[in-house]
Design a protein around this ligand. Structure first.
Ligand SMILES: CC/C=C\C/C=C\CCC/C=C/CC(=O)SCCNC(=O)CCNC(=O)[C@H](O)C(C)(C)COP(=O)(O)OP(=O)(O)OC[C@H]1O[C@@H](n2cnc3c(N)ncnc32)[C@H](O)[C@@H]1OP(=O)(O)O
Length: 286
């Protein structure tokens, strides 16, 4: 109930912002954590500092922004990137999965599923400009895109590292990984929780292209131009043909997946693993 109300408020605020900024001549709209520019190729920038973790608020704003773009028939493609220096996205917000109650876990997971389904089945062309670290849910966002361009900086890594946290990537994360890099590579990377450097990610196929850091955005734009030259109807039908079975696999068991997540994440042993991981992140500083 509370989330539905927040969603209505955000939609309302979003459209108010949209109108005001359009009057200013800049074609863009923004929520607090997501900025969307629609001048030229549309660009969606995550800005949830310090690490663009996907908190419930961030997920909600992201989903709403995507919905608005989908409803604007003049927008055929979106570049997904980050405004946080050195970070694409740190993935799901660990604090949404730690020390909360089952109802919260269920609500959170429903929203993770919702964003994934919308991104993965989007009719728009999605290109990610990966300009920073992209572990777990950050990698998931990138994997939803039709093409991934990554900055050539060995400090940035990408991959589904859930097993390093003592948690397990859900079957639909796994399905998408298999679709992208093949069964053997996915099996190994998932068990080891591998975080790939840009060069490794390119080799294994997690990303499609690695370019110097200052060229990530221009490359993403030129990729978008190429993809925009393809007729929408044939490209969309082809994308749907490639992705539908994977999305349907979650759609037919959404409720069971929420229950699985809630009971898994509520376990004492899992909470303990998350606690240790969070402590490790804190200690990194000191
Ligand atoms: C049987 C199975 C059934 C069902 C399925 C069930 C299960 C579960 C599946 C759940 C799936 C989860 C997917 C995820 O996305 S989990 C999140 C994984 N993310 C990570 O591992 C990233 C962790 N972060 C980092 O590695 C670094 O922070 C990063 C490289 C991104 C940036 O490093 P930097 O040095 O720049 O910053 P830090 O000092 O480390 O961090 C700054 C502050 O941000 C906090 N932080 C970092 N990441 C997160 C996060 N993901 N969520 C929340 N908060 C995060 C960090 O703790 C610092 O906080 P402060 O100390 O400043 O308070």
């Amino acid at each position: 109930m509370a989330l539905a109300a927040a969603r209505r408020l955000l939609l309302h605020a979003g459209s108010r912002l949209g109108r005001r900024e359009a009057v200013d001549g800049a074609r863009r709209f923004a929520n607090k954590r997501v900025l969307v520019e629609t001048e030229g190729p549309a660009v969606m920038k995550l800005r949830n500092p310090p690490v663009n973790s996907l908190s419930l608020e961030c997920l909600t704003e992201f989903t709403i922004s995507l919905e608005k773009l989908e409803n604007d028939k003049s927008i055929r493609g979106v570049i997904l990137t980050s405004e946080c220096p050195g970070i694409f996205s740190a993935g799901l917000d660990l604090l949404e999965m730690y020390g909360r109650n089952p109802a919260h876990y269920a609500e959170y997971w429903k929203n993770v599923q919702e964003l994934w389904l919308r991104l993965y089945t989007s009719n728009m062309i999605l290109v990610s400009a990966i300009n920073g670290a992209s572990p777990a849910g950050g990698c998931l966002l990138a994997l939803c895109c039709d093409y991934r361009v990554m900055a050539d900086n060995p400090k940035y890594t990408i991959g589904l590292n859930e097993s390093l946290l003592g948690i397990v990537a859900p079957f639909w994360f796994k399905d998408m990984y298999v679709n992208t890099i093949g069964h053997r590579e996915a099996e190994r990377a998932l068990q080891l929780g591998t975080l790939f450097s840009p060069a490794e990610a390119l080799k294994v196929g997690v990303v499609d292209e690695v370019v110097p850091e200052d060229q990530v955005h221009s490359k993403a734009r030129s990729v978008m131009t190429k993809w925009l030259a393809i007729p929408d109807h044939s490209r969309q039908l082809t994308k749907n043909m490639m992705r539908k079975a994977t999305a349907d696999n979650l759609i037919k068991q959404r409720e069971a997946d929420i229950q699985n997540f809630t009971s898994f994440i509520s376990k004492d042993s899992i909470q303990k693993s998350l606690h240790m991981y969070l402590e490790k992140l804190k200690q990194k500083k000191g």
